[in-house]
Design a protein around this ligand. Structure first.
Ligand code: ADP
Ligand code: ADP
Length: 228
């Protein structure tokens, strides 16, 4: 069974004359260990698709399955990184506290939370920053914390919604390379949404191209790199 299976997905916001169909006719699978990028123009429905997969909104039609199980709420073995790091971290928690936070609700013991947070912060190059608060960090560093928090959950599937769109170019390159490194070490399955086709080809094993809204898949490309 594929890690992720999206079948006949459609989502319409609102109803009656103001109804707006954001995505329609979406059917695709993501295999275990794959890094798939979804690319399409701004406003085409990428975030809507990701919210449906994350169980944050209920699609109007179609199904989303994770390891063959239909999802109707946010599953625990899924983690999401959003574009807007400034709203995704809790300002009253330290960096370490932020990374440990989702592990609490997953019932991870205190000792293991410490260990996993330390590990994840090391991956993103923030070993020394655990005691700092988000506001003491640059935007790029805050986004690293968001990524560390997602990775610490050791998700089967990592969803990323324009995760590098609000950081400067240098930080973006660093974070992209970090993602490529970490996903290889952990054999993570990643679904990353971007409006940047350059980024999608740089990162993805596979690139799904969406049309303008209402989005449907217009191309499904495998990025084949020659053996090094
Ligand atoms: P993308 O992530 O590709 O920029 P979105 O999924 O955010 O696209 O939006 C797709 C379409 O759905 C857009 O036309 C947007 O205006 C509309 N949309 C998004 N969220 C809502 C909402 N909560 N209510 C109504 N329309 C929405
Ligand atoms: P090019 O010659 O294709 O313009 P650069 O010399 O600007 O490439 O890129 C140097 C390094 O920057 C690359 O090895 C890569 O690490 C990074 N880089 C370039 N383009 C991208 C991109 N679209 N996404 C991520 N990293 C990139």
């Amino acid at each position: 069974t594929p890690m992720l299976e999206v079948a006949g997905l459609r989502h319409t916001y609102g109803s009656g004359p103001t109804a707006h169909t954001a995505v329609q006719n979406l059917t695709f699978e993501v295999a275990t260990g794959e890094l798939a990028c979804i690319v399409g123009p701004s406003g085409c429905g990428k975030s809507t698709l990701l919210r449906c997969i994350a169980g944050l909104i209920k699609p109007s039609a179609g199904t989303v399955s994770l390891h063959g199980d239909k999802i109707d709420r946010t599953p625990e073995d899924l983690a999401v990184v959003f574009q807007d790091y400034s709203r995704s971290l809790f300002p009253w928690l330290s960096v370490r506290g932020n990374v440990e936070f989702p592990l609490r609700s997953r019932g991870v013991s205190r000792a293991d939370r410490r260990k996993r947070a330390a590990e994840a912060l090391e991956w993103v190059g923030l070993s020394g920053a655990g005691a700092k608060y988000p506001w003491q960090l640059s935007g790029g560093m805050q986004q690293r914390v968001s990524i560390a928090r997602a990775l610490a959950c050791q998700p089967s599937l990592l969803l990323m919604d324009e995760p590098f769109a609000s950081v400067d170019a240098q930080t973006r390159f660093e974070l992209e390379d970090l993602l490529l490194r970490v996903r290889h070490e952990h054999e993570s399955t990643v679904l990353l949404v971007t409006h940047d086709i350059d980024e999608s080809v740089y990162l993805g094993d596979r690139v799904l191209v969406l049309s303008k809204s209402p989005a449907s898949i217009v191309a499904d490309l495998t990025v084949d790199l020659p053996a090094q």
